[in-house]
Design a protein around this ligand. Structure first.
Ligand code: NAD
Ligand code: WQD
Length: 342
């Protein structure tokens, strides 16, 4: 069984990816310092798969501590690097913390790859690198625009660092995955998004408002030039995103890559508006969602969705779930999570 180091393995996308890796015969190891998670997500992974996954509770900004993982596991086939701080709003007020954490952890991962001979890396990038994209749907070749936040800039810088690193380290392969809007939970309702910080993304805000953990949802603007006036995004189910990582890793391990640093968009290729997302939630759950229309949120782009042709063709990956599946699984998880108190 091939060993894979999953950084940020106790976080939202990392824990779901661990399930997909286990389902596909890999042996994942996690490293996560719990800055935005807890060990309960690996309990969820075990409840689903029957397998216990080891986590190193290490800050990846600590190079010496990070080396211990590689000393213990000299046979790592690849690294999936999720660990990062990810709150756009917070990054505006704590830019140095974001640059320090997101870049130093990447530098240390690259140093360890070189020192310990690990050849394959998957990096979590984001559609936020496109900023206010000048064409829709966006392809991987759509020019990146000015970052809208320090968080987005850490992703642009991470991409640039990997491009430069790859030019000078031809024996190391990396893939940069630009996620659009990951949402939803594992079908079992034993695993889902459980961040330490308050949720700000649309889908968890919807489920928390519906269950009464917070007040009514505010729709941030209904005066955009979209079909119903609300912003349009490409919501992609977290288990589809998870599977793309397994496929990307396989692609590298099988030497199917054309260059040693490739970029892929991960979305479903369709835009859904905020009001349509609310309708989907109400339709699949039968719940009435309390919401009001508010002002536009600063920094929001009007509409963005992916062209996913490259990922479909090269990674042989096709997302199989839609906004209804996202809302159904997110709601089941919200109810389970409330009972579990996680
Ligand atoms: P998350 O916060 O749930 O998971 C990240 C995990 O990394 C957390 O468990 C956190 O504790 C850990 N971590 C952070 N810094 C660390 C450090 N220095 N050392 C060790 N562990 C550390 O976030 P997520 O939603 O699972 O996102 C995973 C990745 O995908 C991130 O890089 C994020 O920027 C990126 N991304 C997320 C989204 C999204 O909407 N969720 C969209 C695009 C890109
Ligand atoms: C989605 C839509 C809001 C909350 C963010 C990051 C991006 C990437 C994905 C990490 C928008 C609207 C939301 C609410 C609302 N993450 N909304 N009321 O902003 O598209 O992208 O997550 O890389 O970098 O910026 O996601 O879920 O916050 O918002 O009306 O209470 O929902 O205006 O149109 P966003 P989101």
């Amino acid at each position: 069984m091939k060993k894979v180091l999953v950084t940020g393995g106790c976080g939202y996308i990392g824990s779901h990816t661990i399930v997909d890796l286990l389902d596909n015969g890999y042996a994942p190891i996690s490293v996560d310092n719990f800055v935005n998670s807890s060990s309960s997500s690996l309990d969820g992974v075990e409840a689903i798969t029957g397998k216990k996954v080891q986590n190193y509770a290490i800050d990846l900004c600590d190079l010496e501590a990070s080396k211990q993982i590689f000393e213990d596991h000299p046979d790592i086939s690849g690294i999936i690097h999720f660990a990062a701080l990810k709150h756009v709003g917070e990054s505006v007020f704590q830019p140095l913390r974001y640059f320090q954490n997101n870049l130093n952890s990447l530098f240390n991962i690259l140093a360890c790859m070189k020192a310990y001979g690990v050849k394959n890396l998957i990096f979590s990038s984001s559609c936020s690198v496109y900023g206010n994209a000048n064409e829709l749907p966006v392809t991987e070749a759509t020019p990146r625009q000015e970052a809208e936040s320090p968080y987005a800039r850490t992703k642009q810088m991470g991409e640039d660092i990997l491009q430069d690193f790859s030019r000078n380290n031809k024996d190391i392969n990396s893939i940069l995955l630009r996620y659009f809007n990951p949402a939803g939970a594992h079908e079992s309702a034993k695993l889902g998004e459980a961040p330490s910080n308050p949720a700000t993304n649309l889908v968890p805000v919807i489920t928390e408002a519906a269950i009464g953990k917070r007040g009514a949802l505010t729709v941030f603007g209904d005066d955009y030039s979209t079909r119903d006036g609300s912003c349009v995004r490409d919501y992609i189910h977290v288990m589809d995103i998870a599977n793309a990582h397994t496929k990307a890793l396989e692609y590298l391990i099988n030497n199917n890559n054309e260059t040693n640093c490739e970029i892929f968009n991960l979305g479903i290729g369709e835009g859904v508006s905020v009001l349509e997302a609310i309708q989907a939630f109400e339709k699949v759950t039968g719940e009435k969602l309390p919401f009001t229309i508010g002002a536009r949120r600063e920094g929001d782009v009007e509409a963005i969705y992916a062209n996913l042709a490259k990922a479909t063709e090269k990674l042989q990956w096709t997302p199989s779930r839609n906004i209804d599946d996202i809302m159904r699984t997110a709601w089941a998880w919200e109810k389970a999570r409330t009972e579990l108190n996680v």
